[in-house]
Write a protein that binds this ligand. Structure first.
Ligand code: 0GY
Length: 300
């Protein structure tokens, strides 16, 4: 085994998930997943806060096929820093069935953005989770947003619920579509109808350019697998309130998970509990991600 393997400090992804009972609709998109390495080909960022296990494009393809999905959105994770080459390599492998969300440097050039766009990147990710990154100054982030505007990309933000108040003004000043990862990490031990989740619901209510990924059951739930009962009411509430601005993703290969490694088939079985009707399921898994990632019309 290589030196790299010894460096791995989180659980490996589930090797044999159950076949989900829930059949996803045709054309379904897994709108939040990652690619890692392989580390000997695409080294991880020296400044990373965790080292993942390898998770290749071929392995992602096999999983999505098994789960019944047809398309994927690959989100750049912090362990690869601003080097998007593993993700771009995966996009090339998956062709038109995949799109990407990149992390870029403040001084990213137009040429680099054009190459990312040509590879299938349609968004940029800003991470505000302090255990994962040193958060960049707002001015730097805004200068990136100014550059991506001409490509019609959106901004993906990842933050923890307790930081929403501090970041809200910056978030609402973003002129793009803004997609929030994992519902802004609510404390799911609280009541989904209670005060703690209200600021997040208001953010979506008052800003029609805000979308939400109802993902991350495995990292938000305290109850845990296989039922994730504490996560469900939060996701269900968001889907019901904002059915045309929600996305769902496996979050495979579940980076940085230390408590348990979820069974991706069981995560798919949560979908009908958070989107209880076929029409909501179609919006969540097909219509919304198709509009955001595969609509190439100039007005988009
Ligand atoms: C996720 C969540 C996590 C990690 C990252 O980019 C990342 O490293 O997003 C996390 O640790 O909560 O969406 O993959």
């Amino acid at each position: 085994m290589s030196q790299f393997i010894k460096d791995v400090d989180w659980l490996d992804w589930h090797p044999n998930p159950v076949k989900p009972d829930f059949l996803v609709p045709e054309g379904a998109v897994d709108a939040h997943c990652h690619i890692f390495g392989p580390g000997d080909q695409f080294p991880f960022a020296p400044q990373r806060k965790y080292t993942p296990c390898d998770a290749s494009a071929a392995q992602l393809w096999a999983l999505r096929d098994y789960l019944g999905f047809s398309r994927s959105v690959i989100v750049q994770a912090t362990c690869h820093g601003t080097d998007n080459s593993a993700m771009v390599h995966a996009l090339q492998h998956l062709g038109n069935t995949a799109r990407g969300v990149a992390t870029v440097k403040t001084n990213v050039s137009n040429q680099e953005l054009e190459a990312l766009h040509a590879a299938g990147v349609r968004g940029v990710r800003f991470n505000f989770v302090k255990r994962l990154v040193n958060v960049l100054p707002f001015d730097d982030l805004m200068s990136i947003v100014e550059k991506i505007h001409k490509y019609n990309w959106h901004t993906v933000i990842y933050f923890e619920a307790q930081d929403l108040t501090a970041y809200r003004d910056f978030f609402t000043a973003l002129p793009t579509i803004v997609v929030v990862d994992h519902m802004g990490r609510p404390d799911v031990t609280q009541d989904a109808r209670g005060k703690a989740f209200e600021p997040f619901i208001q953010l979506l209510e008052e800003n029609s350019n805000f979308w939400c990924k109802v993902s991350g059951a495995e990292r938000l739930s305290v109850i845990g697998p296989p039922i994730y009962d504490d996560f469900v009411p939060f996701a269900r509430k968001v889907v019901k309130r904002f059915p045309d601005r929600v996305l769902w993703g496996t979050d495979w290969p579940h980076p940085n998970m230390k408590s348990h490694m979820p069974d991706d088939g069981e995560l798919v079985n949560l979908i009908p509990r958070i989107a209880p009707t076929p029409s909501l399921q179609h919006q969540l898994l097909v219509d919304n991600p198709s509009r955001l990632y595969w609509d190439e019309s100039p007005s988009h």
